[in-house]
Design a protein around this ligand. Structure first.
Ligand code: G6Q
Length: 548
């Protein structure tokens, strides 16, 4: 395989010279020179529109970036994923979250076996169960309707479901509430359980491996809470499992009939489309869950078929590479202007950082270029009143994705117009900035003294030329949300290919887990080790003293 380390590709070299040519170009000049810039650099897939015109590029840069994508084999790797090849090389697995939403139902093969029949079986089981819970056919042990759905899971078994459930809250059935327990901190269980009635609570234990200590500990606590109230026989009516590991589910004490299966070819952070989406299906109904799948499928089809120059995930990925590897910008911000999307940044943080936060390439070499950026974000307008100061005037440049629905699910007074005016103002301000001369003129116009003008003009100036994408849709509906999530999945995938890393393992989370297993018995006083560094030793000692 070609390595960027050993021999920078032709288009990589071309981009290095494009960077030298282009780096000082001002976006405000590009807009002034070409009144069609926005129209030229706007793409739509169904009801999702990407305006990427407020980025620091021109046609020459874009051509070199798409050349890079071709040279790196983005198209063939994409096809390999859709064909079920084992592109997760370190774990020797296919990567088939795309099969979970393959609405055409055309066969997709993993290890020579068509995976669609098993996917369809689980979808049918999810449909039946979610309907039965929603309409009170599947009742609690004492015959009452289940009203509180508690998803117990962590990482990929939590972030997707919680994000989608929140995003689609407007679609929840009136008498059903969803809760999410992920953190091992006992507070998570305590604060959730304290208001729940065991007779009307359903626990959904979501764990691909069914060995995750946080999830199993939380599930054990919840199981005890239920059994203390209703007895052991109640478990079958109040516990279901979502997993790939039947044996462990049974060992834990959940009836295998209450298990919804998925498979190794579904990565944790890509699993909300699988049985892991059961909480979503119960909350919003299976028809809406299917619309979510339809949306993702539509984006898959676009990704598969659109030329790279008009391919939404590819364009977003390439602009990310441009900033990361040529401008040396290693951070990225996502700001949805919709209260219901408030968990999207946390979800994308895992999707992107766990996938592309790698430093060994697919050939086993340490990379000599930077890979995935640090992602952060939050819901607009709240974050405008916190970290946006740095986005506008900090010394570091942070590209931003603004996500906007034109219509809110809750059109109250002029709230949404105000929200919309804010988001548009932010991207305009980041792009345009305000020169010192403009700040000076403004201060003078406001009647400030010469002294004030001269002391304030630089503080009031903005360098501008700060990039952003705007993703616009009509409303956050299941189909649109499906498209949006799949868009980011494929963006991350394309970047992984360009950086020649495996986006589908997560070995970086292992070391901490391993060490925690050693430290636990020491904290419990069951073991004593001298093998830690002096800081860890001292902290263990101090914690033990404080807990006495
Ligand atoms: C995601 C990761 C990780 C995983 C959690 C939970 O891609 O693999 O976040 O989802 O560690 O794992 P289990 O689902 O196996 O409990």
């Amino acid at each position: 395989m070609f390595s960027l380390n050993r021999n920078r590709t032709k288009s990589w070299q071309k981009l290095e010279s494009e960077y030298k040519r282009f780096k000082d170009t001002q976006m405000r000049d590009l807009f002034a020179q070409d009144e069609k810039r926005a129209a030229k650099y706007t793409l739509s897939v169904n009801d999702l529109t990407l305006d990427y015109s407020k980025n620091r590029f021109d046609e020459g840069v874009l051509n070199a970036l798409t050349d890079l994508a071709r040279e790196r084999g983005v198209e063939s790797q994409r096809d390999a994923m859709f064909e079920g090849s084992k592109i997760n090389s370190t774990e020797n697995r296919a990567v088939l979250h795309i099969a979970l939403r393959n609405r055409s139902n055309t066969p997709i093969y993993a290890d020579g076996k068509n995976v669609m029949p098993q996917i369809n079986d689980v979808l049918a089981k999810m449909k039946k169960f979610s309907d039965d819970v929603r309409y009170g056919k599947f009742k609690g042990y004492t015959g009452k309707k289940l009203k509180s759905i508690v998803n117990i899971g962590i990482g990929g078994s939590d972030l997707g479901p919680v994000m989608v459930c929140e995003a689609l809250k407007k679609y929840w059935l009136k008498d059903i509430e969803c809760y999410f327990i992920s953190n091992i901190d006992g507070t998570a269980c305590y604060e959730t359980l304290k208001n729940l009635d065991p007779e009307t609570t359903l626990f959904i234990v979501a764990s691909k491996t069914f060995t995750t200590i946080e999830t199993l500990t939380n599930a054990k606590t919840c199981r005890k809470w239920l059994v203390d109230a209703l007895g052991e026989h109640a478990v079958d009516k109040h516990f279901v499992a979502l997993s790939t590991n039947r044996e462990k589910v049974v060992e834990f004490g959940i009836n295998p009939d209450n298990m919804f299966e998925f498979w190794d070819f579904v990565g944790g952070r890509y699993s909300l489309w699988s049985a892991i989406g059961l909480t979503i299906a119960i909350a919003v109904g299976f028809d809406n869950f299917e619309k979510l799948l339809d949306g993702a499928y539509a984006m898959d089809e676009h990704f598969k078929t659109a030329p790279l120059e008009q391919n939404m995930p590819v364009i977003m990925a390439l602009l990310g590479v441009w900033y990361n590897n040529f401008f040396g910008i290693h951070r990225y911000c996502v700001v949805p202007y919709d209260e219901y999307l408030k968990y999207l940044p946390a979800y994308l943080q895992q999707l992107d950082m766990e996938s592309n936060g790698k430093s060994v390439d697919r050939d086993g070499h340490f990379v000599k270029y930077s890979t995935g950026p640090a992602i952060f974000g939050g819901a607009g307008t709240n974050v405008q009143h916190s970290f946006f100061q740095l986005l506008h005037q900090g010394t570091d440049i942070v590209p931003v994705d603004f996500i906007i629905p034109a219509i809110s699910h809750n059109e109250i007074g002029d709230h949404h117009q105000i929200l919309l005016s804010n988001v548009l103002a932010q991207s305009e301000a980041l792009m345009r900035g305000k020169t010192v001369a403009e700040a000076e003129a403004e201060l003078k116009k406001a009647g400030k003294s010469d002294e004030e003008v001269s002391s304030l003009k630089r503080y009031k100036s903005f360098t501008g030329n700060r990039p952003s994408n705007t993703l616009l849709c009509k409303k956050i509906e299941p189909f649109t949300l499906g498209q949006l999530i799949a868009l980011y999945e494929h963006k991350v995938f394309v970047q992984g290919i360009i950086w020649n890393i495996n986006s589908f393992d997560q070995m970086g989370v292992e070391l901490g887990k391993q060490l925690a297993l050693n430290i636990l018995p020491e904290l419990q006083g069951k073991a004593f080790a001298l093998s830690h560094d002096s800081s860890t030793m001292a902290l263990i000692k101090k914690i033990k003293m404080l807990r006495k």
